[in-house]
Design a protein around this ligand. Structure first.
Ligand SMILES: C[S@@+](CC[C@H](N)C(=O)[O-])C[C@H]1O[C@@H](n2cnc3c(N)ncnc32)[C@H](O)[C@@H]1O
Length: 264
């Protein structure tokens, strides 16, 4: 992804609402207990941190998009939950070493181009005996396919995202940065709309990535991409009466040894 993409453009919060069930799956995997310290990396509008706060965690969220951080703060205020949100990047987390029992990232850290530094930061922020839980889309299915079509259509084609959706790649990366164990599970998230056309229309109007793409392309090129995307979505439609596609994603859980085990 190029530097010009601004996740605060459009209304990412609309997409974030559809991802809320994934934040719950991630917190189940992180096995958050009341009073534990939770860090939500690339928190966007705060889904992970706020779900953790609802479970009694002391939650902190970090994201570079100031507009999204402001929405997260407002959501915390409105819910009466204690959660702190900081503007910052996954490759230089503004937090102390080993400060968190759990570090989570819901389709977030996967967007940091320097995956090595991001992985090192996730593990640095986690205390020994803690856990990192992140999600990444599996690179099949129509939504991944249309995302790749968009990236390659850009005048300066965007570099492919790091391969977090490949279990072996993720295991190797996290192990190299100090994880003692890495478990990978697979889940599905349904996206629904009145039609494939309506689903795409929502993205082009409100989603920062699709809005960015549209700004980069000529009307003609955008029209062709739109047609190709709606056709791919229609072919994969699971609901004859409307539109539904289930996107598969990995839940990757990494742990570090407790000091006693590490030294023994
Ligand atoms: C698909 S959204 C996910 C947001 C949130 N975790 C959720 O579940 O709704 C991707 C997020 O990654 C953030 N992001 C992109 N690049 C990042 C980076 N280098 N460091 C930290 N966050 C980043 C974006 O600002 C955006 O909020």
């Amino acid at each position: 992804m190029t530097g010009e993409l601004n996740w605060g453009d459009g209304e990412y919060e609309r997409t974030a609402r559809t991802l809320e069930p994934v934040a719950e799956v991630v917190l189940d995997a992180a096995d958050i207990a009341p009073g534990e310290c939770l860090l939500d990396v690339a928190c966007g509008t705060g889904n992970g941190a706020l779900a953790g706060a609802r479970r009694g965690a002391r939650a902190v969220g970090v994201d570079p998009a100031e507009a999204l951080v402001e929405i997260a703060r407002e959501r915390a205020r409105a819910s009466g939950r204690e959660a702190r949100f900081i503007v910052g990047d996954a490759v230089a987390l503004p937090v102390a070493d080993a400060a968190f029992d759990a570090v989570v990232s819901v389709f977030g850290v996967i967007f940091a181009p320097d995956a090595d530094r991001a992985a090192a930061e996730l593990l640095r922020a986690m205390r020994p005996g803690g856990r990192v839980v992140l999600t990444s889309w599996v690179p099949d299915g129509p939504i991944s396919a249309i995302g790749r079509a968009l990236f390659s259509a850009l005048p300066t084609p965007a570099a492919p995202l790091p391969r977090w959706g490949d279990p072996d790649w993720s295991r190797e990366l996290l192990t190299r940065h100090g994880a003692a164990t890495v478990e990978v599970g697979e889940h599905g998230l349904p996206f629904t709309a009145a039609s494939a056309e309506a689903w795409f229309g929502e993205q082009e109007a409100h989603h920062p990535v699709w809005r960015f793409g549209r700004q980069q392309l000529t009307e003609e090129r955008w029209g062709a991409l739109r047609k190709e995307s709606v056709s791919l979505l229609s072919e994969a439609n699971e609901d004859p009466g409307a539109f539904r596609t289930t996107s598969r994603y990995l839940v990757v859980t990494a742990r570090r040894d407790e000091p006693s085990r590490a030294s023994g």
